[in-house]
Write a protein that binds this ligand. Sequence first.
Ligand code: 9WO
Length: 245
Amino acid sequence: MGEAARSPWTARVLTLFPEMFPGFLGLSLAGKALENGIWALDVLDIRDFARDKHRSVDDAPFGGGAGMVMRPDVLDAALEGARGQGGQLAGPVVYLSPRGRLLDQARVRDLAAGPGITLLCGRYEGVDQRVLEAHEVAEVSIGDYVLSGGEPAALALLDAVVRILPGVMGNEASPAEESFERGLLEYPHYTRPADWCGRLVPEVLLSGHHDKIRRWRRTQAEQVTRERRPDLWARHSRAQDEGEG
Ligand code: 9WO
């Protein structure tokens, strides 16, 4: 008996700008992994699901006001079109929006552990609320700022997920990863020369005392987290108190 072929981690993207994909994800490690079949990218043009002769995808907002809203009937057809063989979606449907829950490394890890994701990229003033409810769409934000569309946010989310898929990075965890696992920011990094324009590398890093170096880095990570991200520091301290560290 042959093994059934396992499908790779699959990103299905619904967008009015399919030319934006794979974008930078076609380069570097993510691009190599895409070529090697470690992940797959299906891009669907939302306009292909418009049915009227002008292929319109948007309409004026009820209640008046500036701009246009993406039509629920067109988005519904696109989401149905995003189902693969067997009528299954590739993982949860995520709408990139400043109204969403903020993306963090824990969410990235959950997504990487699943079968994939279906990403809905909005344009204009956004999408009709009812289609988000009908399809149980999760709203995700990559930060508290407004873009002109969801596409750059979709690319950022995919970059975060794809780099941790098995076989993409080489299997060692990066310092940033290990640090984030513990809820801390990274310690500072240095390379040669040891004296650059009179700026010296901290002595301890030249000492060869690996235990001392580990403790110094830990202290630096804690200090920078406390100073720059009191929110992360509070969460980290709470986790330590509960004996998770
Ligand atoms: C535009 C606009 C113009 C006038 C009045 C209200 C308005 N709201 C918006 C708006 O939020 N547009 C969004 C553009 C609609 C959804 C896609 N767009 C988007 C996604 N901008 N920024 C994001 C985004 C996604 C994830 N993380 C951060 C930002």
